[in-house]
Design a protein. Structure first.
Length: 103
């Protein structure tokens, strides 16, 4: 399990989810750790998921904004793009099992 601490910035049911690891609970600013020599370390980002109803289902759009190019590089090195795709596949499978309208 990967520990995550952050804050939701905006929640619009069935439409939008925005969160950041730049703020801890209570909206307390978080200072990221410096990357280690191996390139590991904390990084700052804000993640966004947008859901839009379309004629054939739901359009899912994910976006991320990083605190710096270095933070983006750390996150990319962890395989976050592939990981977010895997998380989406898992969510679809879960929803299909619940008898939702997802095709």
């Amino acid at each position: 399990m990967f520990p995550n601490v952050g804050t939701f910035l905006e929640v619009v049911p069935y439409k939008k989810l925005v969160w950041t690891n730049c703020l801890a609970p209570g909206f307390r600013p978080v200072e990221p750790e410096l990357p280690s020599a191996a390139g590991a370390g904390s990084f700052q980002f804000t993640g966004m998921i947008f859901l839009e109803q379309i004629a054939v289902g739901t359009r899912y759009t994910a976006a991320v904004v990083h605190g710096s190019k270095g933070h983006r590089d750390i996150h990319a090195g962890m395989g976050f793009e592939q990981g977010w795709g895997i998380a989406l596949d898992q969510m679809i499978k879960f929803l299909q099992g619940r008898g939702s309208c997802i095709e």
